[in-house]
Design a protein around this ligand. Structure first.
Ligand code: FAD
Length: 414
């Protein structure tokens, strides 16, 4: 019997397991596959020190109309699937109002501030090789000067309000920094606080190895078998037989809300799908580059240049419709010498977002020992180690890294 079962071995679950272990808890980490093989594998690999504000939903009519008419490539929706998204999207829209978003951003920025330091702490302990991580930011390239001017004004505000470091690059400066580029467009913002990882899944696997080497148990199992025991505590079925513990942490990323429905809870997740595919390239980019006009990121990975797409709203189990990836690939061909794809088909995953853009971190009211740690949205790879620490501190009654109140499950738990 362990003290805690952590369900889900993505970045959120692995980081929570490590931080609980550091605080003397015996922890069993359970996943149906190897650690870091789902969303925490498929992302753009940016540890986003610059992302001090969670992404709001556009509120102005022109932007909403642009999405409705499918003008941009950063958001796409399947009309037939929209009814299933309406309730969470309306809430998301409500929380995106500037005055509410501002309050949420202050809580969010408090976590982001710790993101790189908390990753570094785990990287050092895990002995992560230096060539897996770059610590010199990423480029946000714009094709139109007016857009770059607008982004520069936003960057200046973020610098003033949150101390975010950036530099505006001319097209020539961008090309000098990235000789692989055929054009520097209108130039770029160089977000300097962010880090990038050449294989996000491998980083999560390295953290999971640290957990195992330090005496933790990783076991394959099905979280859907989770049951509350009449005498208190929980049981889950695993490949090694049933596992019981006094407490359980739900870190199942986009699958978390489905599990919690069995515990009588309706958590309205905003499910933003995203795709990636790797391509062979002539000359490599040195670090990730966002092509803002086409809403994708080109991130150099160990196996090739990974193009990752923006948000797609589709049915829960709808087949892949990688329209945004096709457009991203065409746009990327203008920028770099893009060769053949590495894989036969694109990867598809889902960002686990909540309507108020903040993760759920804390104990579920009325369910002693049921702890939640999910809903990191667009920046879960960034935030996993920081929120994993926060959760472990809450579970062990320590002083916490940041005020946990904004992340409390009571806000959705009804
Ligand atoms: C295209 C794309 C690009 C992104 N880019 C970035 C980025 O650059 N930077 C950033 O910070 N974030 C990025 N994100 C977001 C980030 O990837 C996620 O927020 C983060 O990975 C979520 O981590 P998680 O541990 O909560 O979920 P996951 O990594 O999905 O982990 C959940 C785990 O639960 C397991 N599981 C599910 N159901 C069961 C079950 N029934 N039984 C057992 N196990 C189960 C899964 O196997 C999985 O391992 C991106 C996301 C996408 C889709």
């Amino acid at each position: 019997m362990s003290d805690v079962i952590v369900l889900g071995a993505g970045i959120a679950g692995v980081a929570a397991a490590l931080h609980l272990q550091r605080r003397g808890r015996s922890v069993a980490l359970v996943d149906r596959q190897a650690p870091g093989r789902e969303t925490s594998y498929g992302n753009a690999g940016i540890i986003q020190g610059e992302a001090v504000e969670p992404y709001p939903m556009p509120r102005d009519l022109a932007a909403l109309l642009g999405v409705a008419l499918g003008r941009g490539n950063d958001v796409r929706y399947d009309l037939a699937a929209l009814p299933g998204h309406v309730v969470p999207l309306l809430r998301y829209w409500w929380y995106s109002a500037p005055v509410r978003h501002r309050t949420l951003a202050i809580a969010w920025a408090g976590l982001i501030r710790h993101a790189t330091a908390e990753h570094q702490d785990l990287m050092t302990a895990a002995g992560v090789p230096d060539d897996l991580v770059r610590r010199d930011g990423f480029f946000d390239m714009h094709r139109a000067e007016t857009k770059l001017d607008a982004e520069t004004r936003r960057a200046e505000r973020l610098q003033r309000e949150f101390g975010v470091a950036f530099r505006r690059l001319t097209p020539a400066e961008l090309r000098a920094a990235e000789p692989a580029l055929k054009t520097g467009g209108a130039g770029a913002i160089h977000w300097r606080d962010s880090w990038s990882v050449r294989d996000p899944g491998a980083l999560v696997a390295a953290y999971a190895d640290l957990f195992r080497r330090s005496g933790g148990t990783f076991v394959h199992g099905d979280a859907d078998t989770l049951a509350a025991l009449p005498s208190g505590g929980f049981r889950v079925q695993t490949a090694d037989g049933p596992l019981e513990a006094a407490a359980v942490v739900v870190s199942l990323g986009p699958w978390s809300a489905a599990l919690l429905r069995r515990f009588g809870q309706k958590i309205p997740m905003v499910r933003k799908r995203g795709y990636h595919r790797h391509y062979r390239v002539g000359t490599e980019l040195s670090r990730p580059l966002r092509d803002a006009a086409f809403g994708y990121v080109a991130a150099p990975m160990t196996v090739g240049l990974r193009l990752t797409t923006g948000a797609e709203f589709a049915g829960v189990d709808a087949p892949a419709t990688p329209v945004q990836l096709v457009r991203a690939e065409a746009a990327a061909r203008d920028l770099v010498d893009l060769g053949a794809p590495v894989e036969n088909a694109p990867w598809l995953g889902t960002r686990p977002c909540l309507p108020d853009m903040l993760p759920l971190i804390g104990e579920a009211p009325g369910h002693n020992g049921l702890w939640l740690h999910f809903g990191h949205g667009h920046q879960g790879f960034t935030l996993g180690p920081a929120t994993g620490r926060l959760l472990a501190e809450m579970m062990t009654g320590e002083a916490t890294l940041v005020d946990p109140a904004p992340f409390t499950p009571t806000r959705w738990w009804r």
